[in-house]
Design a protein around this ligand. Structure first.
Ligand code: SAM
Length: 284
């Protein structure tokens, strides 16, 4: 695929590129093939694609997978892919905002089999974080994600403690999954070119969480609050976010050999889970 071919498809279907929907079409066939290779897609795999756009990635997915379920918010793009894939019965197109989708219900009704379900997508960058959090929090059926995103967000997701990239999203992702920055992709691979670099992250769900949270809802809230103000210490975030007393905070941090002046970003995922468990038990 090259720029002229993309423009030709846009003209042929009389559709325009919409910036407000984060439309940057991936036209680099090598990157498309690599995305599918690292996803290990076989005829035993059902794929969810968020934002198929003009269908370049979809075209490769449909050849390798059992079924592909595409969610697309832009009715013009729906028109294009419905027409391009009208003879492909393994491509299901849903004209819907993915953020409003009932993912697991759709998996049951639209795939209607026991095959493994994975997500493969070149995400709309303006809602990357919201999409990832939705999948993590709502779906029990998805086992793996291969997702293109802004390089900066990829660095955050894979971020390690005590680095500038490490935040609550890193902790949430690394609590449930193993994340690996798999491919860096330059702006020239897209039309129109985005003004940021991109990366494909391979996210595999852990089979078992070794140190689980006692209460996942509390852990998620705790994780948000302890990172709420990066310049503040962990203790101050706990005080302002939860209103816990100085005595309780000192008691629990000291018991866990954690300095009272530490910043949250210095803590590992396991340490954050352990602390959240201690505070959860103390406030019950
Ligand atoms: N997959 C195509 C490709 O790789 O060339 C297009 C990727 S483009 C970065 C993002 C796509 O997501 C666009 O087609 C856009 O219309 C769609 N999109 C944006 N917001 C969406 C949402 N909330 N739900 C579903 N699709 C959305």
């Amino acid at each position: 695929m090259n720029i002229n071919e993309v423009k030709q498809i846009l003209e042929q279907y009389e559709v325009s590129v919409k910036k407000q929907f984060g439309q940057n079409f991936l036209m680099d066939n090598n990157v498309i093939a690599k995305i599918c290779d690292i996803s290990n897609i076989t005829k035993e795999t059902n794929v969810i694609e968020i934002g198929p756009g003009l269908g370049f990635l979809t075209n490769e997915l449909k050849q390798r997978a059992n079924k592909v379920l595409c969610y697309e918010i832009d009715h013009e793009m729906v028109k294009v892919i419905t027409s391009r894939f009208e003879n492909n019965h393994n491509v299901i197109v849903k004209y819907q905002d993915f953020l409003k989708a009932n993912i697991d219900k759709d998996i049951d009704t639209l795939f209607n089999d026991d095959k493994e379900v994975i997500v493969v997508a070149n995400l709309p960058y303006y809602i990357t974080t919201a999409i990832l959090i939705k999948i993590l929090e709502e779906s029990k059926k998805i086992k793996q994600l291969t997702v293109m995103m802004q390089l900066e967000v990829a660095d955050r997701i894979c971020g390690k403690p005590s680095t500038k990239d490490y935040n609550s999203l890193s902790v949430l992702m690394q609590y449930y999954t193993e994340c690996k920055l798999a491919i860096k992709v330059g702006a020239k691979s897209f039309y129109p070119e985005p003004n940021v670099d991109s990366a494909v992250v391979l996210v595999k769900y852990k089979k078992e969480i070794t140190n689980p949270a006692l209460n996942e809802e509390y852990f998620k809230k705790f994780n948000r609050i302890v990172f709420a103000q990066r310049r503040k210490t962990l203790a101050n975030n706990l005080k302002s976010g939860f209103g816990y007393s100085k005595e309780l905070i000192e008691e629990i941090l000291t018991k866990n050999n954690i300095s009272l002046t530490i910043r949250t970003e210095a803590l590992t995922v396991d340490e954050i889970v352990k602390l959240s468990n201690e505070f959860y038990l103390a406030q019950k």
